[in-house]
Design a protein around this ligand. Structure first.
Ligand code: HEC
Length: 330
């Protein structure tokens, strides 16, 4: 059951990422060339945790990064988080650091495959080249595990998602650092931004809480975390303990345990200070009417593409939902 919830969550998460990417996208980035950057696995180990430790790739019970559980996409098919350990036969031991960076930034594998965007490359595309190389260098250190993951079965073409341009440099502290981490590295928004009845994210209520998943973490005093100090937000991420002494559980508890407990104070305060700058959302208020995609900064073509991608994903999501309900009633 927990796995199913996580799978569904991650599917919804993918939708959130897609729509977010549609909002901030520039254009489908050209595949990166060898940029001569060399990854630092130690820094990569840290960033890897902020990106939630690529958790989906370890859930299959075969070991660290040795492959995950099936993602059932309903009528669209099934995908499997692959073995990304350094095993040359069943993992990615033969890939170069550059190959891994390319997957993080574009979803293209060295075998010429385009990954389904359940893999959050729309978010990761926005990292600096250096940060992407650091994560890749760390992944290359994962001990080899022999485990063959089934081939994906897709009945639809892989949706093309708009990607971000890699940031030229990563801010090192403060609000800018927090914004960089939230939009380009971490997956907080996937659990904390509300979705409408069709499953599309409502960015007019960014981080305003997702029904049955992540609570409101905007600066609203009544329904969000507006009364929390930056230090209290940092401590929640680091220890899982709220200002009233209670402990978070569920998915957030898992994310703290696996990953955020190693957050540096600088990054914790950076995230907290950025969370203080986003618009307060009162999650008790009636849901806003469905939003159209903002057009600012996009050309007509990009807006159209974004709208089409969102529409396609919404159809896919409702199809999956109908399909699941149909199966359940059998
Ligand atoms: C996998 C889903 C998921 C991700 C990713 C996630 N959260 Fe959460 N978060 C939750 C859930 C679920 C809770 C509620 C847990 C509970 O009530 O026990 C929560 C609780 C919180 C709370 C406490 C709010 C309150 O009112 O008690 C804060 C603050 C928070 N998350 C911030 C973040 C930040 C910042 C990030 C990214 C750095 C993040 N979360 C990533 C699911 C997630």
């Amino acid at each position: 059951m927990a796995r199913r919830i996580i799978a569904v969550t991650m599917f919804i998460a993918a939708l959130v990422v897609l729509a977010f990417a549609a909002q901030t996208a520039t254009v489908q980035a050209a595949p990166p060339r060898d940029d001569g950057v060399k990854g630092d696995p130690k820094h990569g180990a840290y960033l890897f945790l902020l990106a939630e430790g690529c958790g989906c790739h370890s859930e299959g019970g075969k070991g660290f990064l040795a492959g995950g559980e099936v993602f059932d996409l309903g009528p669209a098919g099934k995908v499997y988080p692959p073995n990304i350990t350094s095993d040359p036969e069943t993992g990615i031991g033969n890939w170069t650091e550059e190959d891994i960076v390319k997957v993080l930034q574009t979803g293209h594998t060295p075998h010429g495959e385009q990954l389904f965007p359940v893999m959050p490359y729309a978010t990761f595309s926005g990292m600096t080249n250096q940060d992407a190389h650091d994560i890749a260098a760390f992944i290359k250190t994962a001990p080899p595990v022999k485990n063959t993951v089934p081939e994906r079965q897709l009945n639809v073409p892989v949706p093309q998602v708009p990607l971000q341009q890699p940031a030229a440099s990563a801010p090192t502290s403060g609000v800018a650092r927090g914004e960089y981490l939230l939009h380009r590295v971490t997956l907080c928004s996937d659990c904390h931004t509300p979705v409408d009845a069709q499953g599309s994210p409502d960015f007019s209520r960014y981080l305003g809480g997702q029904e049955g998943l992540g609570p409101n973490i905007t600066p609203d005093v009544a329904t969000g975390i507006g009364s929390w100090s930056q230090e209290q937000i940092y401590l929640l991420l680091k220890t899982g303990v709220r200002p009233d002494g209670t402990k978070v559980g569920g998915l957030m508890g898992q994310v703290v345990d696996c990953c955020f407990k190693d957050l540096t104070e600088t990054d914790g305060f950076a995230i907290a200070s950025y969370l203080k700058t986003i618009p307060a959302v009162n999650s008790a208020a009636a849901a806003a009417p469905p939003q159209t995609l903002p057009t600012t900064g996009m050309t007509g073509n990009q807006t159209l593409l974004a709208a089409l991608v969102t529409l396609a994903m919404v159809l896919l999501a409702s199809g999956a939902f109908v399909w699941r309900s149909a199966r359940r009633t059998k």
